[in-house]
Ligand binder design. Structure first.
Ligand code: MLT
Length: 414
């Protein structure tokens, strides 16, 4: 059957398989065709069709999950393959609430870092340091360890993230309030000033829950494949996730929403028109880049971006915030999408284009944006790690290389 499988050639001339195009055209997956020799990562978790703008977690459309489920419900779906029953979900939620506390000694770790440290570096270092508290409990092939560390990580990452934030603004750390939901606890840890008192804001909670769900997984992106690759070496969950956080910190990956806001701020401060900025992008002027547009996979509107854009309007309206950057972003989108240059290149706003505006309205400093992406992405990383490490067929990863260097040479003088 392998012969029937369309082998597409990549731009470098090497055979490569565009699995999502294949699945859309034939209604079959690569494995249905017995095509097992592909070096593509095989995964049952997330499906993306970039031409159609489709994103599904375990077969369910992202739009429906975002509307009807909570972050933890979707996390369960990614991890275990099914939507949880009410009692499974409440047990999961309960276990997570019981694991939110960090070891007191870890606070010294935060004090040792400069207050100017980027919260993503703090996050990844602290996650890596977490494993030192669980010596003897981090065997990747012990199901009890894996389960426990899955819960630990989901419970503790938001607390570490909030401490990274509090440190950067010079405020005291709060203890988690386990009477609150996952999202409200996180918001209180970031914006509460006293342990006793915090007014939950349902508009913020709803918007943050949505953004976290939209970021939960995105198949084999740079950070996820890093997590799988590191996991394939036998490294534990903490080490693998910490590496994923580092990959996400790059401006071309999770750092893009930060870069979008910087770009919008520059346009505002320069006083130049959006039209003029767009012209400069088209002329490829040095240092002028349209951030938050285009995606390696999506050649259509990123379904996540559509939902984020709607949410941006709702949040700003409900919070009573006016942000000229949102108006600039919308104008930029309108001008770009009416311009053949962008249409022909199929450059649409991606998920990062509007998220920064929402996080800013909520009160998060710009440097926290990628950290919020990491909290969203954690269930996907954990699910992908478990899928890779739990598969007995998984070998240590070793990306293929095509040697393009010098042919054999004689050492000078020999
Ligand atoms: C993501 O959600 O991970 C980003 O869109 C990056 C990607 O998919 O490559």
């Amino acid at each position: 059957r392998t012969a029937e499988f369309p082998i597409l050639r990549g731009t470098d001339g090497n055979p490569s398989i565009d699995v999502s195009t294949f699945t859309r055209q034939t209604g079959h997956t690569a494995l249905d065709y017995g095509f097992v020799n592909t070096s593509a990562t095989k995964s049952e978790i997330t499906y993306i069709d970039g031409d159609e703008g489709i994103l599904r977690y375990r077969g369910y459309p992202i739009e429906q999950l975002a509307k009807n489920s909570s972050y933890l419900e979707v996390a369960w779906l990614l991890l275990y393959g099914e939507l949880p029953t009410a009692s499974e979900l409440s047990d999961f939620d309960d276990r997570i609430r019981r694991h939110t506390l960090l070891h007191e000694d870890l606070k010294h770790f935060f004090s040792a870092l400069p207050h100017t440290a980027h919260p993503m570096s703090v996050l990844s270092s602290a996650v890596s340091a977490l494993s030192t508290y669980y010596e003897g409990q981090t065997d990747p092939h012990n199901p009890e360890h894996v389960e426990l560390n899955t819960v630990r990580m989901l419970a503790k990452l938001p607390v570490i993230a909030a401490y990274a934030h509090k440190k950067s603004v010079g405020q005291a750390f709060l203890y988690p309030d386990n009477s609150l939901s996952f999202v409200d606890n996180f918001l209180k840890l970031n914006f509460g000033v006293h342990s006793e008192q915090y007014d939950v804001n349902p508009v913020m909670s709803k918007a943050l829950e949505l953004l976290l769900i939209l970021h939960e997984d995105h198949e084999q992106n740079a950070s996820t494949s890093t997590v799988r690759l590191v996991g394939s070496t036998g490294a534990n969950q903490f080490a693998s996730i910490s590496a994923g956080i580092q990959a996400l910190s790059g401006p071309l990956h999770g750092g893009a929403n930060e870069a979008v806001l910087t770009m919008l701020g520059r346009i505002r401060d320069s006083g130049e028109s959006v039209q003029r900025f767009v012209e400069r992008v088209k002329n490829k002027e040095e240092g002028v880049k349209l951030m938050g547009f285009g995606h390696r996979v999506y050649k259509n509107y990123d379904p996540r971006a559509k939902l984020v854009k709607e949410s941006a309007d709702e949040v700003l309206r409900e919070l009573g915030v006016k942000d000229p950057l949102l108006d600039l972003a919308k104008e930029l989108e309108e001008i770009a999408l009416a311009d053949d240059y962008f249409v022909e290149r199929r450059l649409y706003p991606n998920v990062d284009f509007y998220t920064g505006v929402i996080y800013k309205a909520m009160g998060f400093p710009t440097r926290m944006f990628t950290v919020l992406f990491a909290i969203g992405r954690l269930p996907g990383w954990l699910a992908q790690w478990r899928e890779a490490v739990g598969d007995p067929q998984t070998k240590i990863g070793r990306p293929q290389q095509l040697y393009i260097g010098s042919p054999e040479r004689n050492y000078p003088g020999t």
